[in-house]
Design a protein around this ligand. Sequence first.
Ligand code: NDP
Length: 383
Amino acid sequence: MTRSISILGATGSVGASTLDLVRRNPESWSVEALTANSNVDELAALAREFKASVAVIADESLHDVLKAALAGSDVEAATGRTALGEAAARPADIVMAAIVGCAGLAPVMAAIQEGRTVALANKEALVSAGEVMTAAVDKHGATLLPVDSEHNAIFQCLQGGKLDEVRSITLTASGGPLRLVDDLDAVTPAEAVAHPNWDMGAKISVDSATMFNKGLELIEAHHLFPVGLDKIRIVVHPQSVIHSMVEYRDGSTLAQLGPSDMRVPIASCLAYPGRMETPMNPLDLASIGELSFFSPDEDRFPATRLARQAAEAGGAAPAILNAANEIAVAAFLAGKIRFSRIALLVEAVLNASNLPPDPQSLDEVLLVDAAARRLAVEHLEKD
Ligand code: NDP
């Protein structure tokens, strides 16, 4: 049976891994919508290869370029943020949400409002919108399937289990490329994005280095698996073999293991509730040899502490944390601030924000996001 898929963020790392699986199973999939921000040539090439119904480029100035690149094909070309939302809302059996950052929130909500099955990689969307998103999922009968390897692992370990029988959830963290680096202020963007285990986009790679990735994942887990924040733990596991664990009240701990390749959790979402083939080699534990575990060092990497505080505060705080982090990461990647300044900036913005009332709608979340971005930029300009 052929199933249809739309991929938001098709030109990125998760987009490429998803399309790799689709390419290997051409008889199983038809591609509805593919989207990108500005990488118009790649988007057009993918849309032609996969015979997508529509290709959307978010950057409106690229409208004519996309139209020209798709001339003579059957692919509809569209541009702008409205078109992005419309593409996300098109009928599809599954929508892969793989835009990076809060920019992906409105399209994800558009898919949810149509009751779609959304494979969610775009963690910033759920972190920012929190209960606004989970309430919309319930209201519209949508389904969220977690793509993040940790949350996908937890989701798998919870199959057949009940949340009220969970004693704890443990998110594993590789610790990133800088875990053992002494002088964090001397770290360059190139060093920060060179992740030891995973090949990912630049923003999430920096988030892994600061541990904000784990902080965002803590908030993500809190919404996806509501067992209580105090029951969600983080352990550093540099080999990234165990992707996360669930401990039940009888003392049984279930873990999901696998290679550090996003095609595994993506395949789990695409085939859910079944399984599909991936090109992974069998897991060879004897050649891996040892698995090790450490407590996170929140003095050197305060991101998980800040994220837990934001999650405890609730309401607008996680959206503020996320927005400030996005601004800080962009500034670091542009060479404007030092590595350790990222967490300091996020903390300063969180402390300086007069917490607005809890956002009740997508528009209110986007207002909080915009205000926090402005504040973060002001802080950057002050120094
Ligand atoms: P990439 O940077 O590789 O790709 C991002 C995608 O989003 C690209 O298609 C990009 O288009 C598009 N995009 C960027 N900005 C905008 C915007 N303003 N409007 C519309 N589209 C935009 O990111 P990743 O694939 O690494 O990550 C995607 C999401 O998945 C993130 O939320 C990340 O945290 C999460 N994730 C990623 C993992 C990974 O292994 N990479 C693992 C787990 C989660 P363009 O190419 O034109 O810029």
